[in-house]
Design a protein around this ligand. Structure first.
Ligand code: MCA
Ligand code: AMP
Length: 481
């Protein structure tokens, strides 16, 4: 069968997917995914309406068994970004759960196939060997300017990253991975769904993240928890005075955080309440996973750990010269190289060339130090135009373009402000067209939510008479923040 999911070959009689009260065991998953794969074989690329349901997992697995690349779509995308993703990726088919709520007009004209979860009578054979360099996924990720770019993630990269994590975390078929992550990004989809299935273990998806859901899942068989720092922050808030939640977290084999920095106070609060240290790992859509604190290594706080097996990680100075340091103090930009890297951006040869022009090393834009044990500590980001809010990467330029289209806005700049829950929140700096009647935060927020996903909306607006600019007219964001 496909080398991505060896466990589907022998299909053990155990649960593979567990979403609420919907459970699919391996034999059923094998049957439904192979049946669907048979129907997908002639497609060039399929979009998946990535609701947090088993249909998304089955649709993605089926497409991968058929050797067809998948474009996961955020079902809460705004009109503008959805139109962009669909026009850019040109899927030949859309997979949805049965009876998906009315689909937005941007998807009109795209043939739709509903994913069924009933095992078929007959299984068509899986496709024969598929080139590991073939794209498995096209995942859209925000850059500093312009619309999101589609990162082409190969089957090789998916396999490499999941196997490296298995080594770092002692991740096996006995693990039941609990999470409530969205399924249209790398964290929830690649690590949180394809990961457990590649190991022959179980995915336990909460549908929607909540501390209650985490407690229940970890006290009924869950062994590993995945989350973004906002989720661990909410757990840290909830665990005070909630013995049952503390016991559930204490009983997990591994608590893993990623997608954004885990603030030390949240780390410490969880440690105090449960005696457990959350393990941090560091990755990116374009690179999948680069480093992690190892489960068999010393417990660590405030570090994203060491390079994963097979991944080369280095720090470079402003001129791109490698910094051969291990002092835990010198800051450089992280560059990475290895089988985990993406293959390029769809339809963006220039952006692709730029990404790899350091001799095959990918420039992450993340600034870090390295200590004498090879452990990395991320201290910031090169660009003020990238915001990480709730673990979502948000490009300032994308929001600025939408704000500028509002009739009440003459000029706009978007920056990040620290936020105890979201890590960073989106702040809009606006020069109103009519200073006597500026648009309200609610108006601007609704305007953005019409075009972009709700997590990109400004949470705060600040009015100015003019934006600070340099001689070339570029906005001086560092002066704003
Ligand atoms: C809010 N909402 C609105 C409006 N405002 N709807 C319409 N109009 C509005 N004006 C809705 C939202 O759609 C949402 O709906 C609800 O209100 C709450 O929105 P929000 O406050 O933004 O979110 P939250 O519920 O507080 O979510 C926090 C969260 C979420 C659960 C932590 O941010 C999250 O799931 N983050 C995960 C991000 C992630 O997976 N990143 C990985 C990227 P509703 O309630 O219906 O949803 S991959 C990556 O980074 C790399 C590879 C890595 O290293 O992992
Ligand atoms: P994305 O493009 O959405 O995949 O986000 C990737 C970015 O998330 C990285 O470039 C980092 O800035 C950030 N990130 C991911 N994991 C961590 C982590 N454990 N600590 C700090 N930042 C992280």
């Amino acid at each position: 069968m496909s080398s991505l999911f060896p466990a589907l070959d022998n299909a053990p009689a155990k649960s593979a997917l567990h979403f609420g009260d919907q459970i699919l065991d391996y034999p059923t998953l094998r049957s439904v995914a192979l049946t669907l794969a048979g129907a997908l074989r002639d497609q060039s690329r399929v979009a998946v309406w990535a609701t947090p349901t088993p249909h998304t997992a089955v649709g993605v697995v089926a497409a991968l068994l058929a050797g067809v690349p998948v474009v996961p779509l955020n079902p809460k995308s705004g009109a503008r970004e959805l139109a962009h993703v669909v026009n850019d990726s040109e899927p030949s088919l859309l997979l949805t759960p049965p009876g998906a709520a009315e689909l937005p007009p941007e998807l009109a004209g795209l043939p739709v196939l509903e994913v069924a979860l009933d095992a078929g009578a007959e299984e068509p054979p899986a496709a024969s060997a598929i080139d590991p360099e073939q794209p498995a996924l096209v995942v859209y990720t925000s850059g500093t300017t312009g619309p999101p770019k589609g990162a082409l993630i190969s089957r090789r990269a998916v396999a490499a990253t999941l196997d490296a994590l298995a080594d770092a975390w002692g991740w096996t078929e006995r693990d039941v991975v609990v999470h409530g992550l969205p399924l249209f990004h790398v964290h929830g989809l690649v690590l949180g769904v394809l990961g457990p299935l590649r190991r022959g273990g179980t995915v336990r998806h909460l549908g929607r993240f909540s501390p209650d859901g985490v407690r229940q899942a970890l006290t009924s068989g869950g062994t590993v928890l995945f989350g973004v720092p906002t989720m661990y922050h909410r757990l840290a808030e909830a665990v005070d005075g909630d013995r049952a939640l503390a016991d559930a977290l204490a009983g997990a084999r591994l608590l893993v955080s990623g997608s954004a920095p885990l603030p030390l106070p949240d780390h410490e609060r969880l440690w105090q309440a449960t005696g457990r240290r959350v393990v941090e790992r560091y990755g990116m859509t374009e690179t999948l996973m680069n480093t992690s604190v190892r489960a068999d290594g010393p417990p660590a706080t405030g570090t994203v750990g060491v390079a994963l097996p097979g991944v080369e990680v280095r720090l470079v100075d402003d001129a791109g010269r490698p910094l051969d340091v291990g002092d835990g103090e010198t800051v450089g930009e992280i560059q990475v190289r290895g089988p985990n890297l993406f293959s390029g951006y769809l339809n963006r040869p220039e952006a692709t060339a730029e990404a790899f022009d350091a001799g095959g090393w990918f420039r992450t834009g993340d600034m870090a130090t390295r200590d004498s044990t090879g452990g990395y500590r991320i201290v910031g980001r090169r660009s003020t135009d990238l915001i990480k809010s709730g673990g979502y990467k948000i490009g300032a330029g994308e929001i600025e373009n939408v704000l500028l289209a509002h009739p009440g806005v003459a000029e706009a700049a978007v920056t990040a402000a620290p936020d105890p829950d979201l890590g960073e929140r989106v702040v809009a700096w606006v020069v109103p067209r009519d200073p006597a009647d500026p648009p309200t935060l609610e108006e601007l927020s609704d305007h953005v939510v019409g075009q972009l996903a709700a997590h990109k909306r400004p949470r705060e607006v600040r009015f100015l008479a003019a934006l600070p600019r340099n001689d070339l007219g570029k906005v001086l964001k560092r002066e704003l923040v």
